[in-house]
Design a protein around this ligand. Structure first.
Ligand code: THU
Length: 130
């Protein structure tokens, strides 16, 4: 059920700190136990120091216990079907299974669902330590 994940991402978007781009983004991740971890983008007066909604959500996911990400939703009110940026794809790949579902959303709901492997093929990865 992607609707709850979409709604968590949309609620997170309302918390965005985006006074420079005026481009609020929300992201929500579902963990293996069904828990939801949401985040917004957090910009900074020193522009490169800001970060994406997916990265905030990842921090909350790890702090809640981490594990594996099974589902992801991303929403931006000013863009239908926003795609995670390249850096966030690498960060998400640390925890997302290749068959994790990524829900691309507009302000009203899920527009398209793809597999994580579709947006991050042949990504860099090391063997994880035991
Ligand atoms: N942004 C995200 O939060 N997630 C994305 O996937 C793409 C871009 C943010 C970064 C910045 O605060 C604003 O959107 C404009 O680039």
């Amino acid at each position: 059920m992607a609707q709850d994940l979409f709604e968590a991402a949309r609620a997170a978007m309302a918390r965005a700190h985006a006074p420079y781009s005026h481009f609020p983004v929300g992201a929500a991740l579902r963990d293996g136990a069904g828990g939801i971890h949401a985040g917004c983008n957090v910009e900074n007066a020193s522009y490169p120091e800001g970060w994406c909604a997916e990265t905030t959500a990842l921090g909350r996911f790890v702090m809640a216990g981490g594990g594996q990400i099974t589902e992801i939703a991303v929403v931006a009110q000013k863009m239908a079907r926003i795609m995670p940026c390249g850096g966030c794809r690498q960060r998400l790949a640390e925890f997302a299974a290749p068959d994790a579902r990524l829900h691309l959303c507009d302000a009203t709901g899920v527009v398209e669902t793809v597999a994580f492997a579709d947006i991050f093929p042949r990504g860099f990865g090391l063997e994880r330590p035991a």
